[in-house]
Write a protein that binds this ligand. Structure first.
Ligand code: FES
Ligand SMILES: [Fe+2]
Length: 353
């Protein structure tokens, strides 16, 4: 899978839905990673994701399939597939077909979202998605409105490669032009460890002019700062501390197929007394949602330039560093791990747990 010459055969967690999209006993058709998938929430409340087509005669489990206990029943001849993908029942035979097994994907439900692990080399998950409301200290003791149902925006049918969104982490100068800030923010701190990229960015004249306290050390207050965290290149979260409070925005890009992606944005606003009644929540939510469409307009028409044609001196280090860091999310295609892959690039997926 390619997009702008960048590979979409990635590794990492990618959002495929919000929790609220899949109710208990609900069965949903999904298409991501070049594959037709089925998702359902079983009676125990757990969401499971499988390859969509029944291993018996190929009916779509997402079209008329239903949840039976912790598994899913095919609408065509009633075969039941368990949570690990194994056939657990053939209604007109006294025993299941133990060898038959549906492709089963690793699923993580957190942050009101459903993430699926995709690894083009067929490996199991080797990191975790952070808890977005509590990872940043300034947000940890706040109370937030749920993002469902109004704090979310879904952008479909895009040609935005996840890496283009990731590079935002070092791109401080686009703020002036795309988001009309009077001056570029400053990157105060950066911590890069394994699949996580964290940074603290200061906005406004206070940080621009004087990021240090009277002793010459970096100020530790968080007003007008934005903490950002990338968990792989598919999942990100920003925690923004403004005079009105804290808002948290998650921006996640997911490969759909060759040349096509989707973007999920989730918005949490911290709770202030009476803010639903007096309209403050809705106003703050609307403000939080303003910026992203302007970024998407750029990303969706951008071509990937590597190495960059030219960089200003002071931005060179950041771009070089992040492009080196993202290499770990291009595992290469392990054809040995993908004998059944419909397009030859898909891993043989293992059961969760
Ligand atoms: S095709 Fe699914 S049970 Fe026959
Ligand atoms: Fe932006």
């Amino acid at each position: 899978m390619q997009l702008h010459g960048l590979d979409l055969a990635l590794t990492g967690w990618f959002q495929v839905a919000w929790s609220g999209d899949i109710d208990r006993n609900q069965v949903v058709a999904l298409r991501y990673f070049g594959r037709d998938l089925v998702a359902y929430r079983s009676k125990d409340g757990v969401v499971r994701v499988h390859d969509r087509y029944c291993k018996h005669l190929g009916a779509s489990l997402a079209h008329g399939g239903c949840v039976v206990g912790e598994g899913i029943q095919c609408p065509f001849h009633g075969w039941v597939w368990g949570p690990d993908g194994h056939n657990v029942s053939i209604p007109y035979q006294d025993r299941p077909n133990k060898a038959a097994k549906l492709g089963t994907w690793h699923v993580l439900e957190r942050n009101e979202a459903i993430y699926v692990w995709f690894d083009a080399a067929g490996r199991d998950p080797f990191w975790d998605v952070p808890e977005m409301l509590t990872w940043a200290p300034q947000a940890a003791d706040r109370d937030f409105h749920t993002a469902w149902p109004n704090g979310r925006e879904h952008f479909g049918d895009l040609r935005v490669h996840p890496q283009m969104v990731t590079e935002n982490a070092v791109d401080r100068h686009h703020f002036r032009f795309v988001h009309k800030t009077p001056i570029s923010p400053v990157i105060l701190d950066e911590l890069v460890e394994g699949p996580e990229w964290r940074a603290r960015v200061g906005f406004g004249r206070g940080w621009h002019k004087n990021p240090n306290d009277e002793n010459g050390t970096l100020r530790t207050d968080t007003m007008n700062t934005l903490e950002l965290l990338w968990s792989g290149i598919g999942v990100s979260v920003n925690v923004e501390h403004t005079i009105e409070g804290i808002r948290i925005i998650s921006i996640n890009t997911t490969p759909v197929e060759d040349g096509k992606t989707e973007l999920f944005a989730t918005y949490w606003i911290d709770r202030i007394e009476n803010d639903l009644e007096d309209g403050t929540y809705q106003r703050r939510l609307n403000e939080a949602k303003l910026a992203l469409p302007d970024d998407i307009e750029i990303w969706n028409h951008q071509v990937f330039v590597d190495p960059p044609g030219a960089l200003a001196v002071e931005e060179g280090r950041g771009f070089r560093r992040i492009r080196k860091w993202v290499q770990q999310f291009y595992p290469g295609i392990d054809t040995a791990a993908a004998p059944g892959g419909e397009n030859g690039y898909m891993p043989k997926l293992k059961a969760p747990g």
